[in-house]
Design a protein around this ligand. Structure first.
Ligand code: NOJ
Length: 546
């Protein structure tokens, strides 16, 4: 029987970075009540689910990805009552809510770590990955493991006279998943949020949960630069620190846990690597995570051939019953439109691609208005990665993530772009300087990116093949064009994307077809005769009629 589609297969998710969405309390920082105030906007936009970046208590050394309590709300953002209201109101609008859960590590200020680091005999002594050092004084790291962002994954702790492991930054110690008490504690937090009614989780760097129990050295790699095709970086192959079988086991257990809830809940993995690698998280029998972000796709240059290959690879690796998950931008990567020289036509074409593939798409807040990367002056950068030195070289500034995390641009107010209720409040990060790119302006402009997104989302909702249909990529007869079909039951749609700056003409194979959407004319629906003409960087969706 044809796949009728689960809610999370049909859904379009929208990522909210709570600190930057809307400040209802005039603190310069976004908050939960601010998001409640903007739920109508999200409903009208036409998204189906929200992924919230972490809003748990945190010293904010890594903007909330360093947590001190997994079971409550950072007072900066509001209260649990606010969250309950947000959840209830989202659900009332038919919007699902997924939270960001960080199972791999806590903040170094988490009470568990503060206890664990005191000595080698305390109650939490084995809650983190501790290891004696090497060398005469024991102050050489236990092995060659690198942190994901470079440098040793080990940090010396004077109190215990031991090293602790951190696969990310030094203030994010890795939990010891080999300790059953850790597993119980973290699973209980998951239950806590599921019992509240959340619809699932995005699982932060889930591929790094376990490390080799014998602490074997990782092999060397010839790769220096990070790549979306691999998890090797800085001459390091993380064979003993990523994708361990024990990690996959936990994915299966998590699935079992969410399966015990009704209605069904969703697990989305965040992991480095190509489709083959991330597939492991789905489980051999598709009984692990439901989805895992496909970052290889996101990293493609603007080329029909490159995208075709990335889609074909994904379709092959994650064929039914597996379900891909596509995303172009998030809080860790430069804004999509800026990666393409602020070209709105290209951004629109890519939006059609994102929203018409077989897989669950995620949109990053502001993507729908074409928000651009903001140049944040060095003195104002808050991302710890911007300050990172790798082998003494300040490489971090290349990867600084502040510019994609700036406040949502609601209107053209000069100080905070309508982000705070009070237009005089200076926000936590500077705003983008393009006063035309904001919700208020774009709502009144029929040709704007926002109206384009709204209409595209509507078309996706209207046509089931775009949500759950089978996908067929056409032969590569013209390297400037990417053409694929989506079919569900009797309905058949063709997506044609012109990646070139030249006009392209295609002879329609079907006598009767109707253009239902285009990057240029997102209003009209016109019958197509024999020839389809695509202007430069134009993308269209065509319905094949009987
Ligand atoms: C991935 C998150 O997306 C990123 O923002 C964070 O810094 C690291 N994981 C560590 O939690």
């Amino acid at each position: 029987m044809a796949n009728q589609g689960k809610w999370w297969q049909k859904a379009v998710f929208y990522q909210i970075y709570p600190r930057s969405f809307y400040d209802s309390t005039n603190t310069g920082i976004g908050d939960l009540r601010g998001i409640i105030n903007k739920l109508d906007y999200l409903e009208e936009l036409g998204i189906d689910g929200i992924w919230f970046s972490p809003f748990f208590p945190s010293p904010q050394e890594d903007c909330g990805y360093d947590i001190t309590d997994f079971g409550s709300i950072n007072p900066e953002y509001g209260t649990m009552k606010d969250f309950d209201e947000l959840l209830k109101k989202s659900h009332k609008k038919g919007i699902k809510v997924i939270l960001d859960i960080i199972l791999n590590h806590t903040s170094a200020q988490h009470p568990w770590f503060l206890e664990s680091k005191k000595n080698r005999t305390n109650e939490k002594k084995d809650w983190y990955v501790w290891k004696d050092g090497r060398g005469k004084d024991g102050k050489k790291p236990p092995n060659n493991w690198n942190a994901m962002i470079g440098g040793p994954a080990w940090e010396w702790c004077e109190e215990r006279k031991q090293f602790y492991l951190h696969q990310f930054l030094t203030f994010q110690p890795d939990l010891n998943w080999r300790n059953p008490d850790v597993q119980i504690a973290m699973f209980n937090y998951i239950r806590f949020w599921l019992d509240k009614g959340v619809d699932g989780f995005r699982l932060d760097i889930i591929h790094t949960l376990f490390e080799d129990k014998h602490f074997k050295n990782n092999p060397l790699s010839w790769r220096f630069f990070p790549s979306h095709n691999s998890n090797e970086v800085l001459f390091h192959k993380p064979k003993y620190t990523q994708y361990l079988p024990e990690t996959i086991e936990v994915c299966l257990k998590l699935r079992e846990l969410v399966n015990s809830y009704s209605p069904d809940r969703l697990l989305v993995g965040e992991a480095a690597g190509n489709p083959q690698m991330i597939k492991q998280l789905y489980g051999r029998n598709n009984d692990g995570l439901h989805l895992s972000f496909n970052f290889k796709f996101a990293g493609q240059p603007f080329s029909a051939t490159k995208f075709r290959r990335a889609i074909e690879e994904t379709e092959e690796v994650l064929s039914e019953p597996y379900w891909p998950c596509y995303v172009f931008s998030n809080h860790d990567s430069n804004r999509l439109i800026s990666r393409h020289k602020e070209d709105k036509k290209k951004a629109k074409l890519l939006a059609i691609l994102l929203l018409t593939l077989r897989g669950t798409p995620f949109i990053y807040y502001g993507e729908e208005i074409g928000m651009q990367q903001v140049k944040v002056h060095k003195d104002k950068q808050l991302d710890p990665i911007s300050k990172l030195k790798i082998w003494g070289i300040p490489l971090g500034s290349i990867y600084a993530r502040d510019g994609c995390r700036t406040p949502m641009q609601w209107d053209d107010s000069p100080i905070n772009a309508g982000f705070s209720k009070n237009p005089k409040i200076v926000p936590w990060l500077p705003i983008g300087q393009n006063e035309n790119i904001n919700v208020k302006n774009e709502l009144s402009d029929e040709k704007s990116m926002l109206i384009f997104f709204k209409k595209l989302l509507k078309v996706r909702k209207q046509y089931e093949p775009l949500q759950i249909g089978q996908l067929n990529v056409s032969e590569d007869s013209n390297s400037d064009l990417l053409i694929y079909d989506r079919t569900f039951q009797e309905q058949h749609l063709t997506i044609l994307l012109n990646f070139s700056s030249k006009i392209q003409s295609i002879t329609a194979t079907n006598m009767k077809s109707k253009q239902v959407f285009s990057t240029k004319l997102f209003e009209e629906q016109k019958e197509i005769s024999e020839e389809i003409t695509l202007e430069h960087f134009e993308g269209i969706i065509v319905e094949q009629m009987k």
